[in-house]
Ligand binder design. Structure first.
Ligand code: NAP
Length: 293
C-alpha cells in the first residue's frame, strides 16, 4: 500500500525486525534512512532505503525516527551521545524496542529532557508478517502525536491500535499478551511431550487444537466478567475439581519421566487458591491470590 504522503524517516536498527520495518516503510513510498551498529546490515536492508554509517547524519533532516534495537539498554547507550541527542531534538521518536512499562517511562523522561516527541510502541508480529493483516502494533503516548503519524505507521501493520495516553500502556499490553503466548506455548509443548512419552502421536493432540483454544477463549471471557464483578462463584467446575485434574498431569509427567516442573508450578499456583479458601469457586478465582502476591 503506497502512502498518500511520503515521510522522511529513519529506522535505527537493522536486525531482523528493524530490517522488515524499514523495508515496509520504503515499500509504502516513504523516504527511509537505515542505520545499524554493524553497518553491513544497514546496507543489506535495500528496498530503496538509504544506508548511513553515521547516526547523526542518518537522523539529520528526518521527521520520524523509528527505533528497533535488542533492548532499552542498547538505546540508552546510543542516545547517551550528546551529538545523537541533539540530532533527535524536535523529531518524533517511535520506540518499537520491546521493554517493560518502566523502560517506556524512562524513555519518555529522556525524550522530554531532550525535546523529542515520543511514542511507546510494541509490535506483535514476526518479521515475515510486518505490513500484513496479521501484524498488530500497540501505541501509547500523546494522541496528537499518534494521529499526526498514524498514516505513515500504517505501513508496518494494518492493525495499529492506540492504547492510551499513558506511556507504558503499550508495553503493558504487549507483556500481557506475550505472557499468555509464552505460557500457552509452553503448555502446548509440554502437552505434546506427555503424549509422545505415553506413546500417543502428538499429531492426535494437535488435531484437537480448536478444542483447547475454545476452552481458553470461553474461560478468558468468563474471567473478564468475574474480575470486573469481583465475583468468582459459579456452578460449572470448582477449583477443587480443577486441582485434582492438575494432579493427574503431574502424575503422568513423573510416571512418563518427562519434566514435571511446569505442571508442578501450575499445581502450586492453583493450590494456593485452595489454601486461601477459594476451593468452591470457579477457576478464575486464582486471580484473587495473584493480586495478593
Ligand atoms: P536482532 O535481530 O537481534 O537485532 C538486534 C538489533 O539491536 C541489531 O540491529 C543490533 O545491532 C542492535 N543492537 C544490539 N545491541 C546494541 C547496542 N548496544 N548498540 C547499538 N545497537 C545494538 O533482534 P530483532 O528480532 O530485530 O528484535 C529487535 C526488537 O524487536 C527487540 O526489542 C524485539 O523484542 C522486538 N521484536 C522482535 C520480534 C521478532 O519476531 N523478531 C517480534 C516482536 C518484537 P548489530 O546488528 O550491530 O548487533
Amino acid at each position: 500500500m503506497t502512502s498518500s504522503r511520503s515521510t522522511k524517516m529513519v529506522v535505527i536498527g537493522s536486525g531482523l525486525m528493524g530490517t522488515a520495518l524499514a523495508r515496509a516503510f520504503a515499500a509504502a513510498g516513504h523516504d527511509v534512512a537505515a542505520w545499524n551498529r554493524t553497518a553491513s546490515k544497514a546496507r543489506a536492508v535495500g528496498g530503496g532505503t538509504l544506508a548511513f554509517e553515521n547516526l547523526v547524519e542518518a537522523v539529520a533532516g528526518r521527521e520520524l525516527v523509528v527505533v528497533s534495537l535488542s533492548n532499552y539498554a542498547a538505546c540508552s547507550e546510543l542516545f547517551a551521545s550528546e551529538a545523537v541527542a541533539s540530532a533527535l531534538a524536535g523529531k518524533t521518536l517511535v520506540q518499537l524496542t520491546s521493554g517493560s512499562p518502566a523502560d517506556a517511562r524512562g524513555g519518555l523522561e529522556w525524550a522530554r529532557a531532550h525535546g523529542v516527541a515520543y511514542l511507546d510502541a510494541a509490535i506483535l508480529a514476526y518479521p515475515a508478517f510486518v505490513a500484513t493483516d496479521y501484524a498488530t502494533v500497540f501505541y501509547a503516548g500523546s494522541r496528537a502525536i499518534y494521529d499526526r503519524h498514524h498514516e505513515t505507521l500504517q505501513a508496518i501493520a494494518k492493525n495499529s491500535v492506540y492504547v492510551d495516553e499513558k506511556i507504558g500502556s503499550a508495553a503493558t499490553l504487549d507483556c500481557a499478551i506475550l505472557e499468555a503466548y509464552y505460557g500457552g506455548t509452553l503448555a502446548v509443548l509440554h502437552a505434546a511431550a506427555m503424549c509422545k512419552a505415553e506413546g500417543l502421536d502428538p499429531k492426535v493432540f494437535f488435531a484437537q487444537k480448536n478444542s483447547f483454544l475454545g476452552l481458553i477463549s470461553v474461560t478468558a471471557d468468563a474471567a473478564q466478567g468475574m474480575i470486573e464483578s469481583n465475583d468468582f462463584s459459579g456452578d460449572q467446575c470448582s477449583l477443587n475439581t480443577h486441582v485434582a485434574a492438575i494432579e493427574h498431569i503431574v502424575r503422568l509427567s513423573m510416571d512418563a519421566r518427562i519434566s514435571a516442573r511446569f505442571p508442578k508450578e501450575l499445581l502450586e499456583n492453583y493450590k494456593r487458591a485452595l489454601s486461601a479458601g477459594l476451593g468452591e469457586q470457579e477457576l478464575p478465582a486464582v486471580f484473587r491470590t495473584l493480586k495478593q502476591d
